[in-house]
Design a protein. Sequence first.
Length: 393
Amino acid sequence: MDLIEDFVRGTANLASPEQFRRWSAISMVSAALSRRVWTCFEDDKKLFANTYVILVSSPGLGKTRPMDLVAELLRPMSWIKRSANEVTRQRTIQDIADVFPEGKAEGERSFFFLVREMATFMPEGDAAWMQAIADLWDCPREYEKAIKGKSESSGRSEDIVYKPYVSLLFGAQPAWFAEGLPKTSYEMGFPARVFFIYADMKPERKLFLRRKQLANKGELHEGLKQLRTRKGEIMWSKPAQAAFIAWMDGGCTPVIDDPLLNSYNVRRDVHAAKIALINACARGHEEIELDDLERAWRYMFAAEVQMPAALTNAGGNVYRAQEELAVEYVQREWDRTGGRHVHEREVRRRLSKTTSTMVVERILNELIAQGRLKMLYAEKNKAPNRLLKPGVG
């Protein structure tokens, strides 16, 4: 049994990048486990197998296809509560509270966020909500901060989530990071706990062959059922312990050289241990073997090389392209006419081809406020009849 690589091989016909298929499989195994299984590498602190993964690509590159197959495989697993694809904050709070009520035996349930598009879950940066999700990654025994609401099933107030186990698999487009995950959030908890898996190559599509998208569905189902029988601490073999200690002593190299990922770098030991635990369970090993750890490193290092590319738009301006278009047009017309003003309506006409009227006005106002465009006779001319000339910068 090797649930991760079996999924990758079984989806070889799927028009989706291999790294998306592999990390979807890692998320699938993570969701199928629960607090029934853990490991330790620092004192007696339990480390669980839950992971947060976001697949990042432009539309049409195949990030949702393996996600849909994961949803199909997990559907019969009654102990896994899966979020709706389009969720609201309040609905999610209620669902989590219902899954982990007081008195429920530890490890009986798992909650899995499986959302095809991050923008439907978190359209703009919501620091409090992101911190709540980050706190749940830590699997506290009791959690009450920001998880408050009214339970739909019981009708009573639910202020505390007991012994939660939450995993996450999201899809996201690069542009979402401009507003959905502002730069200030990267020193907070949520991004530090996430694997950002990036791809920019469109996979090859072979048409009319009627090949199976998932060739080994039955085998994977049986393997997932076996995970439910796992219980207790998964120990580390002596060689795995020695290799992990040596890696830690050496500074956990290679480290990602990107300031946005500094807080992620601090937790790379925990990330590596989680993936090693998932590998061991996915392969039916009784303990974390050296090969489980080495494979965890291979998965991580391959993903980390691309993480900065996933975050290219982080903290950026989603309207930057339109702003540059406006500035360049005004400068070009100013130069062409020998210093004659440019009428605002001409700029609006060009921007409105790709942008709403409301956004166009916001863009022009911001450019004027920044001094990148200047107005002539400002006291006389108001939007949309302003006369513009180039500014600075």
